[in-house]
Design a protein around this ligand. Structure first.
Ligand SMILES: NC(=O)c1ccc[n+]([C@@H]2O[C@H](COP(=O)([O-])OP(=O)(O)OC[C@H]3O[C@@H](n4cnc5c(N)ncnc54)[C@H](OP(=O)(O)O)[C@@H]3O)[C@@H](O)[C@H]2O)c1
Length: 345
């Protein structure tokens, strides 16, 4: 059994990790931290886990994380990097759901996250945890920078096009929407029911942290310079993410060939579903599952391709993807514990 620790078990990605790992056949929960709820049985806070998780939360300093085989950090930025050297020294593998190990350039990290990176020497070992584009490196990794939720949709929606060099890489547009759980489980005015429900707004329009991460990773797929306009929106849903991506075609290529690019790229991927050309994927077709669905459109048969991508931000967008990485790092079948059918309606 893989001994698992979770730092930040009270938050939304933390409880999603708990849900997935509670029934994972090769994972044994060893320690789950909370600074505020030290000693509280986990199932008291989350009755959904009654009968499944017998542990109590423990304060981070009491949790014996160095005795784990892997520790997930479901915490804000800056927490994983503070503990990474000690854990790695003890031979523990680390999967950070925040951004500490996503960006290779510390100057870019420090500019966007307003934090000094405390262990830049470890960044060289860190692997970006997007299995569909980085599988072999993940298998051998000791540190994973788990991708952001929006970047997962943008990269998987654009990768086949950039690799085939059929779109203008300098003029990509991603219009993305997230459910409110994307902001975490915290008391903030904008997250209140009477603020976030029956409302729809953009945010971070003139610059969002997920842009540099996406541009860095997309740049590995092409020798062209990436230009990305990314606009996130908050929609009144609990879970779910929908990205509408626009790319201008630069080659004379028909719709069947475009569809074939995506079907070939993802034909062996258990968690990427390429739907028939012209489909309209819905966020609820992924709810509670690790699936990401993609559909292509070409309005008026013109020179702009529209790529629709949906996923559950808490599963493929964070905790599920992290478990997918864990499976790869420990030589397990990649789909282990992740084959849930999405919840309908
Ligand atoms: N929500 C999403 O859809 C999503 C998607 C992709 C990535 N992410 C990223 O995943 C991370 C977690 O997100 P979330 O939505 O789960 O956040 P959250 O709901 O706000 O939970 C944060 C957790 O971290 C703990 N924590 C906070 N500060 C800490 C510290 N200094 N040391 C140790 N523990 C600390 C909190 O518990 P205590 O305060 O009790 O310790 C809590 O359990 C974030 O970096 C986020 O950007 C989130």
């Amino acid at each position: 059994m893989i001994k698992v620790g979770i730092v930040g078990g009270t938050g939304y990605t933390g409880v999603e990790l708990l849900r997935l790992l509670a029934t994972h056949p090769h994972a044994q929960l060893q320690a789950v931290t909370s600074r505020k709820e030290d000693g509280m049985p986990i199932a008291d806070m989350y009755p959904s886990l009654r009968g499944r998780v017998a542990l109590a939360f423990s304060a981070p300093e009491k949790a014996r994380l160095t005795e784990c085989d892997v520790v997930f950090f479901a915490t804000p930025h800056g927490v994983a990097m503070a503990q990474a050297p000690e854990l790695l020294e003890a031979g523990v593998k680390l999967i950070d759901l925040a951004a500490d190990f996503r960006l290779q350039d510390t100057a870019v990290f420090e500019k966007w996250y307003k934090l000094q990176h405390s262990c830049p020497e470890l960044l060289k070992q860190a692997v970006y945890g997007l299995p569909e584009l980085n599988r072999s490196a993940i298998k051998n990794a000791r540190i994973i920078g788990n991708p952001g939720c929006y970047p997962t949709t943008m990269q998987l929606g654009l990768a086949p096009l950039l690799k085939a060099d059929v779109v203008d890489a300098s003029h990509l547009i991603a219009d993305c929407k997230s459910g409110v759980s994307g902001g975490g489980r915290k008391t903030e005015i904008g997250m209140l029911f009477s603020e976030a429900s029956d409302n729809f707004k953009a945010y971070g329009v003139s610059g969002h942290r997920h842009s540099p991460e996406t541009v860095e990773q997309l740049g590995k797929l092409t020798d062209k310079k990436i230009g990305l306009l990314f606009t996130p929106h908050l929609v009144p849903m609990i879970r779910g993410m929908h990205s509408t991506i626009y790319a201008r075609l630069t080659k004379d290529i028909d719709n069947a060939a475009l569809q074939a690019l995506f079907e070939d790229a993802y034909k062996d991927e258990p968690f990427v579903d390429v739907m028939p050309f012209g489909s309209h994927p819905e966020t609820r077709s992924t709810r509670g599952s690790n699936m990401l669905r993609i559909a292509l459109h070409r309005p008026d048969n013109g020179d702009t391709l529209v790529v629709l991508v949906v996923q559950d931000n808490l599963v493929k967008g964070s905790a599920g993807q992290a478990v997918q990485c864990m499976n790869l790092m420990f030589g397990l079948e990649e789909t282990t514990g992740l084959l849930h059918v999405p919840v309908m309606p």
